[in-house]
Structure formats: C-alpha cells, structure tokens
Design a protein around this ligand. Sequence first.
Ligand code: GDP
Ligand code: IMO
Ligand code: MG
Length: 444
Amino acid sequence: MANVVVIGAQWGDEGKGKVTDLLSRSADVVVRYQGGVNAGHTVVVKGQTFKLHLIPSGILYPDTKCIIGSGTVIDPAVLIEELDQIEALGISTKNLLISETAHVTMPYHRLIDKASEERRGNQKIGTTGRGIGPTYADKSERTGIRVLDLIEKEALQQQLNWTINYKNVILEKLYNLPPLDPTVVIEQYQAYAERLRPHVVDSSLKIYEAIEEKRNILFEGAQGTLLDLDHGTYPYVTSSNPVAGGACVGAGVGPTMIDRVIGVAKAYTTRVGEGPFPTELEGTLGELLCARGAEFGTTTGRRRRCGWFDSVIGRYAVRINGIDCLAITKLDVLDTLEEIKVCLAYEIDGERCDHFPSSSRKFSRCLPIYKTLPGWQQSTSECRTLEDLPSQALDYLKFLAELMAVPIALVSLGASREQTIIVEDPIHGPKRALLDSNHVPLIS
Ligand code: GDP
Ligand code: IMO
Ligand code: MG
C-alpha cells in the first residue's frame, strides 16, 4: 500500500497525464486535488487520444475510483462534456466521484477572467480564460457556490439570485458588459446539477475509507510547481496550489497519509502564458522543440514557449515538493539535436545565483549559466530499457539526476503507455528521506 502524489515540476504540461495513467495501473483511487478546466492532460492508449481537463487520468481503468477533490473548481458544462465524450468511447464513468465541497465555476467567472485580462493590457497573465482565478477569488471572499449548493435546488436559487445581481454590477459598471439573467443561469445550472448529482459525495470521507482499507491512492496534480499561487512565479501563476502539499488540503487528508512524491519534468522546459522564463529559446531551436514536441496547449491550443532544461527550478521543485523520484518525459524530443544545454545556475545583476528568486522582477533578469552536453542524434522512441539508450542520452539523464540529487525512476520517450522505461518502481522504490546525501542515483 502506498499513497503517492504526482506533481508537475516545471510550468505545467510536463506529461502528468501520461505518468498518472501509467501509475494508475497500480492505484485503486486517483484523486485530482486542485485546479479546474485550465488543465489539459493528454493520455494516449492503443493509438487513441484522450484529453482530460477535470476527470482524473485514472478513469481509463475500469476498476479505479476517480475523485475530483474538494480543492478543485468545477465548470459543470465542461465536466459534463468530458463525461459524454468518455462514455461515447465506451468507457464507464460510474466510478467518478465529485466532492460536494469543490467550488463551481459560473458564467460570470469566465466573463470576469477574460475581461480583467483585457483590462490588464500588457500586464496580463495570459490565463486560460476558463474563469479559474475568479472562482478561487470567490472561494476566498466567501461568495463562492459549492457543489453542495449546486445540487440543492432552493439553496442554489437563493444564492445565485443574490450573487448574480452582485456580479452584474461588476460586469456592467467595471467592464461595460451586458448583465446576466439570473433565471437563465439558474435553470441552466439546475440542469447540470441533475446530471452530476449521482456522482456527488463527501470526498474526504471516501478517501479516508480507502486509506483505512489500505488501498493505493494516487493524488494527481494539475499545472506545475512554478505556477503555484504561493511558490510560483507570482503573479504569473494559477490560483491554486499544485505543489505536493496542496494534495493534503485539496483532498482533505493529513500529511501523515502521504508516502511518496513523484515529480514529473520534461527533458526540456515549456511555459504557456506570460511571465519570466530564463532558458526560453526564441529562434529556430525554440521552433524545433515546439514542432517536435507538438507543444500546443491541450486546453487553449496556444503555442507553448520552449527552452532548455533548467536545473535551478528543478532543484527548487525538489525542495518545495519533497520529491522522492522523477519521471523525465519527452526525452525523444531532443533526439535530433547536436548539442543540448542545461541551465546550472543564473547570473543576476552580475552575480551568480544558485537558487530560484522569489521576485518575478528579479527572475526576469536571470541569465542562465549553461553546460553544453553532446546530443545523441538518433531515435530513442523505441527504447524500452536503459541499455537501449544511446550513451549520450543516458549521460544526459545521469547529469539531470545528479543536478537535482534525486533518482530518475521513469523515462518517457513518446506519448503512448509503452514508450516508457521504468528504471525503478516509482511507487515502491527508495524514499528520498532515506537516501543519504551521497546516494547513487537510480540511473547510475
Ligand atoms: P500534462 O498537462 O502534464 O498532463 O501534459 P499535457 O498532456 O498537457 O502535455 C504533454 C504532451 O506531450 C501530451 O500531448 C502528451 O501526449 C505528450 N507526451 C507525453 N509524454 C511524452 C513523451 O515522452 N514524448 C512525446 N513526444 N510526447 C509525450
Ligand atoms: P496542466 O494541468 C500549463 C497557466 C496559464 C497562465 C497561468 C494562469 O495541463 O499542466 P489560469 O487560467 O490558471 O488562471 O492561468 O497558468 N496554466 C497552465 N499552463 N499547463 C496547465 O495545466 C495550466 N493551467 C494554467 O497559461 O499562464
Ligand atoms: Mg497540460
């Protein structure tokens, strides 16, 4: 039995969907603990592609319970669309459970998200426009609608009548937008409630019961460490806590229940939206990574900015999340390169800096200090063991493991399940806390 958190160690889109799907084979329960439909997790199974926004990537296993936890924000229209799509493919969604205390994204959240981004002009964050920030803002402000309000007809009516009138003032007076009609929205959301009601549960109780039954639980993070509201590149972040600690709050479990943290990182770096990105490549190399990695957002279709692997943020992610082992994805994307660079540290205002600076202003002045490694210039997508890898690819992985001082347990070389090298069981392998500082990385 092991309860494992899977998190993104960069700026999202690290391949968490693929890794979660792989690890879900040995999970009884998969829990999404934060974020909303800003996430886009792609899973490829037997040539079929599944794009999931809210439903945990474990849904593709018939006996795995999937829980959308309390710390998430739920857009019912998108969730229902996702349910329909999955069911149309012959996959049952009966095992999907939705937390009654998750917050609900309303039409005014989306409108305000888009309007406020427009108003920010060149100060914009580059959000997904899915209403995520405004939904979490209402949660903090204590004007949010929770799933348990959604499914209680009268409570919903009462709450929405008040809230929509309040939000209409903002829409009309601040953003010059037409007001929403409360009757229309209430009717629409009551219909959503009917569809979702059978899935709604006290999710933290369900998770606790599974823990008591010694089930394997996998907590699936969305976004990534550098998009974390508290620990990311604020203000260019999302409005929730994707870091491993967020799993406890978002799922409603105590920290003593978590056994392991697995960090997912690409063999290079990408970022969508605005904000500093020291190792960004703007020329043909950036284009090449984008094309080879098909780096276009699952949710918005936006082009992802691409750059070299940054071990400063890698080490930061190890620290902030307490990562036990890493899953390195998309190594195959680097296959054609003659040389590959890795950022070791930064130079800020003429001084070397080995740590991620909390200030985004300072971060935007960071110049990467690189080490250049030789490329392997051959395909790795068919490799299934470390021995199959070209020596330069293995050296690259060893170098990353050394820089971050954590073992690499899994290497991904393509989007499908089988394009993976399992170096060491990521769930039951050695724990970081048990390794001494001179430990030999699993890739050695
Ligand atoms: P997530 O948000 O972290 O789940 O990541 P996304 O699904 O948004 O983005 C990762 C993309 O890369 C998806 O299209 C995956 O199918 C794809 N992918 C995952 N692992 C690999 C890999 O090892 N190699 C390649 N070429 N593609 C991968
Ligand atoms: P997954 O789970 C990559 C980014 C947006 C923007 C910032 C804030 O697929 O890794 P938001 O709409 O959340 O208020 O936008 O966060 N962002 C993501 N980037 N992957 C994601 O999710 C993201 N979810 C949000 O681009 O910069
Ligand atoms: Mg994604």
